[in-house]
Design a protein around this ligand. Structure first.
Ligand SMILES: *Cc1c(COP(=O)(O)O)cnc(C)c1O
Length: 222
């Protein structure tokens, strides 16, 4: 695996305003060091223990994004250092992130995970439940989190039109929320969508942040 070459290839396909989150889950510290050596500074992980171990071992100027399902009882372990939590899927989790961030005098940027795929999953807000949570308004009292946008995953399919439709629906939902709740928020600006097999489509449909793993690091070992 020529990691440096892979990163260059992905970056060459991204417009300057789209950021690359290199998804390093299941890959060892040495592999991440190779990507770091190639200039990559933003990495995504989806399991707390694995992330905390890597964070301790690697340079401190890495921006770690938590991209997986996060249990509320794990928030305290990543709160001291996490740069962004991308998959907030309940008000309860958002409130816990706020509580733990306060302990460390931090403010943690968060994305609202929205379920856009055909596939069933337990995780992610529906459009309706996300609107409802924002309308209820309790989040406005939270001083140690910043709502920075939305995140979603398209159906794992070869049907490009289906994938595009899903990405388009997330981008449109972002615009709706921006107008309804975040008109004056500079921070609410991210649409995190696009993975190894579909990031070029995501970029065309208005992604601001792609999360690419296997295309950079190869297939995961397990
Ligand atoms: C694993 C993962 C990715 C990266 O997937 P690849 O197909 O390896 O690029 C992106 N987003 C989330 C939420 C993931 O869990």
């Amino acid at each position: 695996m020529d990691i440096q070459k892979n990163i260059k290839e992905v970056l060459a396909q991204l417009p300057p305003q789209v950021r690359l989150v290199a998804v390093s889950k299941y890959h060892p510290v040495e592999t991440i060091e190779a990507a770091y050596g190639a200039g990559q500074r933003v990495f995504g992980e989806s399991r707390e223990q694995e992330l905390s171990r890597k964070q301790a071992a690697l340079p401190k100027d890495i921006e770690w994004h938590f991209i997986g399902h996060l249990q509320t009882n794990k928030v305290k372990y990543i709160a001291p250092y996490i740069a962004m939590i991308e998959a907030v899927d309940s008000y309860k989790l958002l409130a816990e992130i706020d509580r733990q961030a306060a302990k460390f005098g931090r403010n943690i940027p968060c994305l609202l995970e929205v379920h856009i795929a055909e596939e069933d999953t337990k995780y992610g807000f529906t459009f309706g439940s996300c609107r409802q949570m924002l309308e209820e308004g309790n989040w406005k009292e939270l001083r140690h989190v910043t709502l920075s946008g939305v995140m979603g995953m398209a159906t794992n399919t070869d049907d490009e039109e289906e994938i595009r439709r899903e990405f388009r629906s997330l981008r449109a939902f972002f615009e709706e929320l921006k107008a309804a709740f975040f008109k004056n928020s500079e921070a609410f600006r991210e649409v995190s969508m696009g993975m190894s097999h579909d990031y070029p489509l995501a970029v065309e449909e208005g992604s601001t942040m792609v999360r690419v793993g296997s295309k950079i690091f190869g297939e995961r070992a397990y």
